[in-house]
Design a protein around this ligand. Structure first.
Ligand code: NAD
Length: 439
């Protein structure tokens, strides 16, 4: 088994400096890291992580290791790894298998290397690691498993599963996949849905992705957002944050939604709400954030204006149908590092950013660190929770315990110099009673 697989170790110094810079914006995770260092709650636990390899992830990994864990990590997206960070982690002795621009085969080989360490705790962003374990266990054959097996060698998957304490999942798409496993009665061990914690999904998804998705678009294209006709597909946690930030930058924003309540919310928050077909005909900038497949597809590309820009903020690169785009195009050219131009039969040009993968991670640097401070604090605390409750939790998708969710919010408020009001005893009683009404 390889000890690491990174692009270029000589980038380590830059990676170290950028990790140190990020530390300044992670006060909550830093406190947890210090406590982990003293208490060693993860002593001897083998952690397998499949996360975007960024500066913030490096600090999460450090926290887990200070807590006593042995960490093996691969990337959760073939294009999101920051190579300098991966190099710095490798030099620190982390078994890291990640580099930007992985092929399909390389991506799954890296998952195989992590599995070869027989993790007792899995930490996913998008559920690729855990779903690979489940496919191997249940004998569900698929193309990628060949590469996983080549890298993992003679993996005793039954033994691996018996040894797993639990898992954590970072994002909405991953949680959806886990719930599908749990519904079918197939989930093999307890998994904490970190994504669903309020101090994650109310901040990371709308605010973190909101800012960083626009950052990705602006960095890769230099486009002015003010006055632009922008279409946001999906008005969930992520999409609503993007739509609000686009409006804040002066864009004219249309929302496309399938859920009537969320569509109504968008309408009442002042957005135009339309079908994808109608929006396709006038939009200049399209951003998908649905976690769903082919939400922009052939029938829509056919209607688009020359020069339309297409980007995705959802977890997988399936939201903008690249196969349809290829099929309709007579030519494709990479015109800028993060921009592919597709020329359609009639000469119209459509510009796809970051190959239709997470625009904020591929064309920029992902969420601002301050936001990841909360998400990764929840990851660290959830890992500790799973280990402390080893053998006692059901094989279900579990919520982050409310006290941990609130603890992260409280620590963040404290770090921001904010104050929290406290309920008086009378107020506590009033809120808990059914007899008391007006005075
Ligand atoms: N880029 C990032 O860094 C980042 C961060 C967090 C989450 N994510 C990913 O973003 C995606 C969305 O996450 P979320 O938390 O907003 O999920 P969500 O469930 O809150 O919202 C998704 C919305 O899309 C809508 N939708 C589904 N199919 C649609 C269609 N065909 N047309 C229009 N709308 C449709 C749903 O009704 C829902 O309102 C997920 O894949 C998630 O994993 C990415």
């Amino acid at each position: 088994m390889k000890d690491y697989w990174v692009r270029d170790l000589s980038l380590a110094e830059l990676g170290r400096r950028r990790i140190e810079w990020s530390r300044n914006f992670m006060p909550v995770l830093s406190r947890i890291l210090e406590r982990f260092d003293r208490e060693k709650p993860l002593k001897g636990v083998r952690v397998g992580a499949c996360l975007h390899v960024t500066t913030e992830t490096a600090i999460l990994v450090e926290a887990l290791r200070r807590g006593g864990a042995e960490v093996n990590i691969c990337a959760s997206n073939p294009m999101s790894t920051q190579d300098d960070v991966a190099a710095a982690m490798a030099e620190e002795g982390v078994r890291v298998y990640a580099f930007r621009g992985q092929s399909f085969e390389e991506y799954y080989r890296c998952i195989g290397y992590v599995l070869a360490s027989e993790p007792e705790l899995t930490i996913d962003d998008g559920a690729d690691l855990i779903s690979t374990i489940h496919k191997l266990y249940y004998g569900v054959e698929s193309e990628e498993l060949k590469h996983v097996r080549e890298a993992s060698g003679d993996l005793g998957v039954k033994r691996l599963v018996e040894g797993v304490i639990g898992g954590c999942e970072e994002t909405t798409t991953g949680v959806l996949r886990l719930r599908a496993m749990a519904r079918g009665g197939r989930l093999l061990y307890p998994v904490v849905a970190v994504n669903d914690a309020e101090s994650k999904r109310l901040f990371d998804n709308p605010i973190g992705t909101g800012q960083s998705a626009l950052d990705g678009i602006v960095r890769s294209t230099g486009a002015l957002l003010a006055g632009r006709d922008a279409v946001v597909v999906g008005y969930g946690n992520v999409g609503s944050g993007i739509a609000r930030r686009l409006r804040g930058m002066g864009a004219r924003v249309t929302v496309v939604e399938v859920d009537p309540i969320r569509a109504l919310k968008a309408a009442m928050e002042g957005f135009r709400v339309e079908t994808m077909r109608r929006a396709a005909s006038h939009g200049e900038l399209f951003l998908t954030a649905t976690g769903n497949i082919s939400v922009i597809r052939g029938e829509h590309f056919k209607l688009m204006r020359d020069g339309a820009i297409l980007a995705n903020a959802g977890h997988f690169d399936v939201e903008i149908d690249k196969r349809d785009l290829e099929a309709l195009s007579v030519r494709r050219e990479r015109v800028l590092p993060c921009v592919d131009m597709y020329v359609l039969g009639d000469g119209r040009r459509l510009f796809l950013l970051g190959e239709g993968r997470l625009v904020n991670l591929v064309c920029a640097e992902g969420h601002p660190t301050d936001v990841m401070d909360m998400s990764f604090s929840l990851q660290a605390l959830s890992a500790e929770y799973l280990v402390r409750n080893r053998g006692r939790l059901p094989r279900e998708v579990l919520d982050v315990p409310r006290e941990l969710d609130e603890l992260v919010a409280k620590l963040k408020l404290e770090a921001m110099g904010m104050e929290l009001e406290e309920l008086t005893e009378e107020q506590r009683r009033y809120l808990a009673s059914w007899e008391l009404g007006s005075r």
